[in-house]
Design a protein around this ligand. Structure first.
Ligand code: NAD
Length: 357
């Protein structure tokens, strides 16, 4: 197969980690007989420097005309003082909106070789940790009506509204149930239905969708209880579906308990197969340009791209297996280094994974 990939290397460590992901993808292409064609496009700080805006129209056009989009990371101190709409992060929100990506998929899995980095006690993780958070990405409080004003008494007010329409909830729930069918066949729908109207609608719609998936075990859970259960008994979760703000917070909590930011991939999907794939970490300006970054989250993001956008499950498995093997052999980048392990650079880690494909 021939696939066109738009590549946003971005800022900081972005170009270094994306180069390693392409290295691994090229090896997959050689091994399985596919061709991956890359088109580099600008977004974030580098786009601001070159064009004055964080997300040039050309970038949007090329992303929409591609089979998939790979993103490194954007942002850095150089652009921190710009107004909100001109900051690198505005590019991220803009591209998600332009590509109509409403579902963010974030796996949190405890890799046996890195179990020592997990901050939870062994008695809690002995049953494993392998879950996926399906987060609604373009609705809720981040996109609802907002207001800041000073009233006639000089008191300052600010508000954000968490708004959802039934169809927005339905389509994200379907993503979660379809995913659960391919995994552990269990969905937890996370809400705050004891307090919020938007959550009561969420719960009503989630139940309706659940009826269509009798083979998938389904349970509602309140968001506060979910935060506790994640550190108390994470093995009970398979697929968790939730709204934007809750998902933002819970997915960071879930990432933390797996031990390393440099290991976690993500996918953002819309109605079709076009998706945006990126590591969950930022541009790590403190180590940029030093060949020290951990490229594994980006390499694992490419595995998600193969699985979700290109329907290449076997190829995706090959990457994930290669990563597990390299770690099991004791190779580590600085961020996941521990005593007795072999410390390697970003490019060496990419070479090691590519060799295992
Ligand atoms: P960060 O994730 O960039 O870095 C946090 C810490 O983790 C740093 O010490 C960094 O060195 C380390 N780290 C992160 N990724 C690593 C990797 N792959 N290998 C080794 N170490 C790694 O978060 P931050 O410092 O809060 O943000 C830095 C910049 O990134 C900011 O401008 C922020 O806005 C931006 N950011 C971008 C994205 C994105 O592009 N999606 C996401 C988060 C933050």
């Amino acid at each position: 197969m021939n696939k066109k990939i738009a590549v946003i290397k971005g800022d900081g460590i972005g170009p270094e980690i994306v180069d390693e992901a392409e290295k691994v993808l090229n090896k997959v292409g050689e091994k399985f007989g596919h061709t991956f064609e890359y088109t580099d496009v600008l977004m974030g700080g580098c786009a601001i420097d070159a064009t004055g805006v964080p997300l040039p129209q050309e970038t949007i056009d090329i992303c929409l005309a591609s089979d998939s989009v790979l993103l490194g990371a954007v942002g850095g101190p150089k652009w921190d003082t710009l107004p909100g709409n001109l900051r690198p992060e505005a590019g991220l929100l803009g591209i998600r909106g332009a590509m109509k990506l409403f579902a963010n998929i974030r796996p949190a899995k405890l890799i046996p070789a890195l179990a020592g980095a997990c901050p939870l006690k062994e008695e809690i993780t002995k049953n494993g940790l392998d879950l996926v958070i399906v987060r609604e990405l373009i609705g809720g409080a981040y996109f609802g009506a907002r207001d800041t004003h000073v009233d006639e008494n000089g008191v300052k007010h600010a508000s954000d509204s968490m708004a959802y329409a039934d169809y927005e909830i339905e389509r994200i729930c379907r993503v979660a149930f379809d995913m659960a069918r391919k995994r552990g066949k269990k969905v937890h729908s996370v809400d705050k239905a004891n307090v919020l109207d938007s959550s009561r609608l969420w719960r009503e719609v989630a139940h309706k969708v659940a009826e269509e998936y009798p083979d998938v075990e389904f349970q509602d859970i309140l968001v506060d209880n979910t935060a506790m259960q994640l550190v108390h008994n994470p093995a009970q979760f398979d697929v968790m579906v939730t709204e934007n703000l809750f998902g933002d917070i819970l997915s960071d909590e879930a990432s933390m308990i797996t031990g390393s930011l440099g290991m976690i991939p993500s996918a953002s999907l819309g109605e079709g197969t076009l998706g945006l794939y990126e590591p969950i970490h930022g541009s790590a300006p403190d180590i940029a340009g030093q060949n020290k970054a951990n490229p594994l989250a980006t390499i694992l993001s490419v595995a998600m791209m193969l699985r979700y956008s290109f329907d290449m499950g076997e190829e995706a498995d090959a990457i994930e297996k290669a990563v597990d093997e390299v770690l099991a052999e004791g190779y580590r980048t600085g961020d996941i280094m521990s005593e007795g392990m072999k410390c390697v650079s970003c490019s060496e880690m990419g070479d090691l994974v590519a060799q295992k494909i």
